[in-house]
Write a protein of this length. Structure first.
Length: 197
């Protein structure tokens, strides 16, 4: 009976220690599944809601990482879009690649007693680069690749976690001199896994 009692005490103290230790640790979020919508000009120069493609052209798969320590959250994200238009005589293909580094501050948090389930609200700022490449086929092929342009953004995100599952809903406004339009609203939902680190 003593062994069972001491085993229970050891297990309980180890669990309390692990929870206390986890509070002092950061979290890494890996979110490879993403749906992203933007309201911007298409390759046909009409403003419309566009769904961005994924990594290597695979739908929904994208590179998104985040590290959170207490109230601070740092992120890295990649976005890619490929559009085609034209007819038998003239074909235009435009590819856009964007990389963003983000920093956020937690302004709200609500979690369950055991902290297995939590929801957090962040205010975010972003900085990165965007590069576009336009390929035109008109009696031959020509390619024009722009230099990378700086891109800035501000926004907010809601991060929900259950055990190791993490879901992020993100809204931000992008700004870059050579984007059409210069201010682009972006909404994204990401799903992945979260680990203490």
């Amino acid at each position: 009976m003593k062994k069972i009692f001491f085993s229970f005490l050891f297990f309980l103290s180890a669990k309390v220690f692990a929870v206390d230790r986890a509070k002092d640790m950061g979290r890494i979020d890996m979110m490879p599944i993403q749906v992203q919508l933007r309201y911007e000009d298409s390759v046909e120069q009409t403003r419309q809601l566009q769904s961005y493609k994924g990594l290597f052209g695979v739908p929904l798969i994208e590179l998104n990482l985040a590290y959170q320590y207490k109230d601070y959250r740092f992120s890295f994200g990649r976005s890619y879009q490929n559009e085609k238009t034209g007819n038998q005589t003239l074909k235009i293909e435009k590819s856009t690649t964007e990389y963003l580094l983000g920093a956020g501050y937690r302004v709200f948090q609500k979690s369950s007693v055991d902290e297995a389930l939590s929801i957090e609200l962040f205010a975010n700022a972003f900085y990165g680069s965007v590069q576009a490449e336009v390929v035109t086929n008109f009696f031959g092929s020509s390619s024009l690749k722009s230099d990378p342009d700086q891109v800035f953004a501000v926004g907010t995100s809601v991060v929900g976690r259950y055990q190791i599952l993490v879901v992020e809903a993100d809204f931000k406004y992008l700004y870059s001199v050579n984007m059409n339009p210069q201010y682009v609203p972006v909404f994204a939902v990401r799903i992945g896994a979260s680990f203490y680190f």
